[in-house]
Ligand binder design. Structure first.
Ligand code: UD1
Length: 421
């Protein structure tokens, strides 16, 4: 199993380019099931979750051609096996994204209940409720969701009682081929939802309200192929910005989307970074010798993203001052805290809030265990400033969501290596 070995104490300086967004690539790949003709998807990130989604689509008969510059052409005309098997679904919760497209396109779907990051119970009731409201009959047995519909799904009005990114995406995809108009209320406004909607519209879908919490979809008979470039990964971008705020230095991130990062940029400025954004670049120069503690609470977009919570706990652990970090999106998303404490972090958990006393750059390297995708990133960031050599184990979690993390960090001057044990 691969590990990352990080020697702390080096500033980050230089420039890197953002990869395509994982959370946009996954639904857009799943959306290929809806189409009548091939789609070309560009700027696909090279990540384990993307490979899993491609394997899943391939196992269902979707034909694919991958080019070296991370462009994929998907031809759904051979779709034959309309089930998503547990062996493929168990490693990635986002596999549930094939439910809506399969049902809308073929009238049947059998999808294993998802696995993925161990961050709370993460149910799929909202995905099921909206499909039912659109006329599907659904049963859950032997760990599978089985969904059927007589004829096409029916447009409807649906209010999401909780804001859910992938449930919004599943509903959006299903509604594109439903009979009549669907009005979705209290939708997730994450930029990746808008990226999916824009991609679907370029295939001939009729979606309005993109970027708002109310999406209106007029069902169409069929969707054509298109060529679409995935948006840059805002969580990847933000992770490198936090890394540099922690180590000190100055970096430029090219081909990113600054306007999707407002809440994170505000917090980094509070921590002492000087940030300059142009249309698709961010320059960050750390001004303070030691970062300043900054408190936050996670919530759906445009508020502070839960996917950046772990990295900010690492940042606060090495800052000057005290901070609280409250997690409101997922229960049990604090597995990184114990590992950071093992590196000398002063963090106390009370309910869904972490109380962090910053100690300056005084963390000490230790062997640590990655437990989920973003938690793993926070351990690498801590390793960048800790005294000595931090070994991060189980980095398959990182490879699910960060493209060539050690190469990008090395480019910026970090001392980090991947070893195979
Ligand atoms: C997506 C992102 C993930 C991010 C999360 C929140 C992808 C592939 N993953 O995950 O990186 O951390 O959004 O921004 O885009 N919930 C229910 N019932 C449901 C669905 C969700 O109760 O049917 C709850 C969840 O347990 C959680 C909250 O809703 O507490 C939000 O989860 P959700 O937005 O669905 O997360 P994902 O879409 O899985």
């Amino acid at each position: 199993m691969d590990k990352l070995v990080v020697e702390g104490g080096f500033q980050l300086n230089g420039s890197i380019t953002s990869s395509g967004a994982k959370n946009s690539a996954l639904p857009i790949l799943a959306a290929s099931i809806l189409l009548d003709a091939p789609i070309i998807i560009k700027n696909i990130p090279h990540l384990n979750d993307v490979t899993t989604m491609l394997e899943l689509l391939g196992s269902m008969g979707v034909d694919m051609t991958l080019s070296e510059d991370m462009e994929v052409e998907l031809d759904p005309s051979g779709l034959n096996d309309i089930g998503a098997r547990y062996e493929l679904v168990k490693t990635m919760r986002a596999s549930v994204l094939v439910l809506g497209p399969l049902l809308a396109r073929t009238g049947y779907a059998k999808v294993a209940l998802p696995g993925g990051c161990a961050i709370g119970s993460r149910p799929v009731n909202l995905h099921i409720d909206i499909m039912k409201k659109m006329g599907a009959q659904i049963s859950i047995k032997d760990g599978y969701i089985e969904a059927k519909t007589n004829g096409r799904l029916k447009g409807c009005e649906f209010y999401f009682e909780l804001v859910s990114v992938t449930a919004t995406e599943n509903a959006l995809m299903a509604a594109c081929l439903a009979d009549g108009i669907t009005i979705l209320k209290n939708c997730a406004r994450e930029p990746e939802v808008s990226d999916l909607a824009n991609c679907l519209n370029s295939c001939g879908a009729q979606i309005s309200g993109i970027g708002s919490d109310e999406l209106i979809i007029e069902g169409v008979k069929q969707l054509r192929g298109t060529s679409f470039s995935i948006m840059p990964d805002r969580i990847e971008t933000a992770t490198y910005l936090v890394a540099t705020t922690m180590t000190g230095g100055e970096i430029t991130i090219k081909n990113c989307q600054p306007n999707s990062l407002g809440s994170v940029i505000t917090k980094l400025e509070e921590a002492g970074a000087n940030i300059f954004c142009s249309k698709d670049e961010i320059n960050l120069k750390m001004q303070e010798e030691i970062p300043i503690s900054t408190s936050l609470s996670t919530a759906p977009f445009p508020s502070f993203p839960t996917d950046m919570q772990a990295q900010f706990i690492a940042l606060n652990s090495i800052s000057n001052g005290s901070a609280t970090v409250t997690e409101t999106v997922f229960e049990n998303r604090f597995m990184h805290v114990n590992e950071l404490i093992r590196m000398g972090g002063d963090i106390e958990l009370r309910g869904n809030t972490a109380f962090i006393k910053g100690k300056g750059r005084k963390l000490i390297a230790a062997p640590v265990m990655a437990t989920d995708l973003r938690a793993s990133a926070s351990l690498v960031l801590a390793g960048l400033v800790a005294k000595g050599e931090t070994i991060v184990d189980r980095i398959y979690h990182i490879d699910r969501g960060y493209e060539r993390i050690e190469e990008k960090l090395k480019l910026l001057g970090a001392k980090i290596d991947r070893i195979s044990a």
